[in-house]
Design a protein around this ligand. Structure first.
Ligand code: NAP
Length: 273
């Protein structure tokens, strides 16, 4: 029951209406009986989100597309990891100051660690946007060897240089002997749901494949990977674990992981009904 003591957390982005964060976090708040509620707001500018967080006295916020980079300039502090990745997806208010950090990389690492060890793994990240940056940081931090491929070669080269990993061309795939693949592009989502950047023949038994796309839950890439005998990790697991880390930052409580996963699975199932 919302009352005058209820504290609020909100997600800011544009678009934001398809976000599953309200269902995931409200399920967790309710399960633990916390007097907290999670809201979603469309924000045209990062600056407006920062003003709203301060003015409304929110406990914290989740920041999504397209504000993860721009929000950094409107906070009182960004932690070292947020600065290394160059993006903030989580804000926490502490004594009137807004602190920014990033939990997307933890989402990648924790989702993958459920099925494999990351140390020493030869990994390939597809994409050079904010999600790719978080994946590269997380994999490198876990001791993996990371290469990246990107459609726009200039952007790919530039990110590879900045993050000290190897930029590879699409035609080099066969020489790479990749053990772990992360799709950090939107290919496979909605209008491109039958598309994949990696053909079925390129996937192998025992390879680990994480597709960050979770609409649909089983993307074309993951279907092909399952057929090839690869170990599949859904983007839903990344979404869940970045949310688990956020929950723990905002509340200081251990997150009810299974309750949060169930809320995500049910929300996605309801969308297709
Ligand atoms: P972004 O900053 O816009 O970057 C998109 C990347 O995808 C760019 O490198 C772009 O290449 C590439 N790309 C886009 N369309 C492509 C196409 N048709 N063919 C080849 N490459 C293409 O986006 P982002 O924030 O990094 O997010 C990427 C994806 O991850 C989105 O689908 C997002 O929903 C998902 N995501 C999931 C989670 C999760 O929790 N599961 C978390 C964060 C993000 P160019 O540089 O050539 O344009």
């Amino acid at each position: 029951m919302i009352n005058a003591q209820t504290a609020y957390v909100a997600i800011f982005g544009n678009p934001v209406e398809h976000s599953l964060s309200p269902q995931m976090h409200n399920a967790a708040f309710n399960h633990l009986g916390l007097n907290l509620a999670f809201l979603a707001f469309k924000a045209n500018k990062a600056a407006e989100a920062a003003v709203a967080i301060r003015t409304l006295g929110l406990r914290g916020a989740s920041i999504t597309i397209p504000h993860k980079e721009a929000i950094m300039g409107h906070l009182d502090e960004v932690d070292d990891v947020g600065r290394a990745i160059g993006a903030v997806n989580t804000v926490v208010a502490q004594e009137g100051r807004l602190l920014g950090c990033n939990t997307d990389w933890l989402g990648v690492v924790r989702a993958l660690e459920q099925v494999t060890e990351l140390g020493g793994k030869r990994c390939l990240v597809l994409g050079a946007g904010g999600a790719a940056r978080a994946a590269i940081f997380g994999l490198q931090n876990s001791g993996a060897e990371v290469s990246l491929m990107n459609r726009n070669q200039e952007r790919g080269h530039s990110l590879a240089k900045e993050m000290n990993c190897i930029f590879v061309e699409w035609q080099s795939w066969d020489r790479l002997e990749i053990e772990l693949l992360v799709n950090a592009t939107p290919v496979g989502m909605s209008a491109t749901r039958d598309q994949t950047l990696i053909s079925a023949q390129q996937l192998k038994g025992g390879m680990v494949v994480l597709d960050m796309v979770y609409r649909p839950l089983e993307t074309r890439l993951l279907k092909d990977a399952a057929t090839a005998g690869s170990i599949c990790v859904s983007g839903l697991e990344m979404l869940l674990h970045q949310g688990v880390a956020q929950f723990e930052i905002w509340t200081g409580e251990e997150a009810p992981v299974e309750v949060m996963r169930q809320a995500l699975v049910e929300s996605l199932a309801n969308e297709t009904n």
